[in-house]
Design a protein around this ligand. Structure first.
Ligand SMILES: Nc1ncnc2c1ncn2[C@@H]1O[C@H](COP(=O)(O)OP(=O)(O)O)[C@@H](O)[C@H]1O
Ligand SMILES: [Mg+2]
Length: 213
């Protein structure tokens, strides 16, 4: 399996409790591609994203992330960033502290002030995350996503909780991922919005992935 693929799954089975999320799935996503994951509530989109970030183990089959075994969490986490639907920030740290901490974890440098301005949070930099609204937290997560700029960026429901301006901001920041040659996989319930930043869509249903267009 080659490294110019960001994601490769072969006969992948994933069982979670009583649910079977993947039933022998094969998948190739080339490096630099933008892909939307569609599927109704409970279909397994979040679970699949967690698998790709090495937070869950395959039940059977094989998975590679940039050539590394998907179970090799240490290597995979160097390449992958997963932006969750909500959460993902430390509630007792300020917005700025959260971004600085994320950079330190990846041994990266970045302009956190500029990143906060970009998402309209310059006035909330010194506020603890627990006092931010859901939409403001989403904006903070977008700032982190753009600062970390991982080769494989996974985004769970990027448009949830955002106002109209926030959705436009999310679209802009997500289009930069593939614009910079990185790989983007997002789970969304807004296929029209998602189609503005990805050119491939996969539908997850009953453990099977189907190409949409
Ligand atoms: N930690 C877990 N343990 C057992 N089952 C889970 C767990 N997390 C999610 N599930 C189940 O897996 C299925 C897929 O969930 P999820 O991936 O969150 O779906 P989606 O993101 O597509 O809405 C659901 O039936 C859900 O109840
Ligand atoms: Mg989900």
């Amino acid at each position: 399996m080659a490294e110019h693929y960001a994601v490769q799954l072969r006969r992948a089975w994933l069982r979670l409790g009583r649910e079977i999320i993947l039933r022998g799935v094969d998948l190739d996503i080339a490096a630099g591609e933008g892909v939307t994951l569609l599927g109704e509530n409970g279909a397994g989109k979040t679970t699949l994203l967690r698998l790709l970030s090495s937070s869950l183990r395959l039940t059977r089959g094989e998975g590679r992330i940039h050539g590394f075994d998907v179970q090799d969490g240490r290597s995979v986490r160097e390449y992958v960033h997963l932006m969750p639907v909500e959460g993902g920030a430390y509630p007792d740290l300020t917005a700025a502290e959260n971004l600085n901490f994320a950079l330190q974890m990846h041994r990266l440098k970045g302009d956190t002030g500029a990143a906060l301005r970009r998402v309209g949070l310059e006035g909330a930099a010194e506020r603890r995350v627990r006092f931010l609204s859901a939409g403001m937290r989403k904006r903070l997560n977008l700032a982190r996503l753009s600062l970390l700029a991982r080769p494989l960026t996974l985004v769970d429901e990027p448009f949830a909780n955002l106002d109209a301006a926030g959705r436009q901001l999310a679209l802009q920041m997500l289009s930069e991922v593939t614009g910079q040659g990185r790989t983007l996989i997002l789970a969304a319930h807004e296929p029209e919005l998602a189609a503005q930043v990805t050119n491939r869509a996969l539908h997850l249903r009953a453990g099977t992935l189907t190409e949409q267009r």
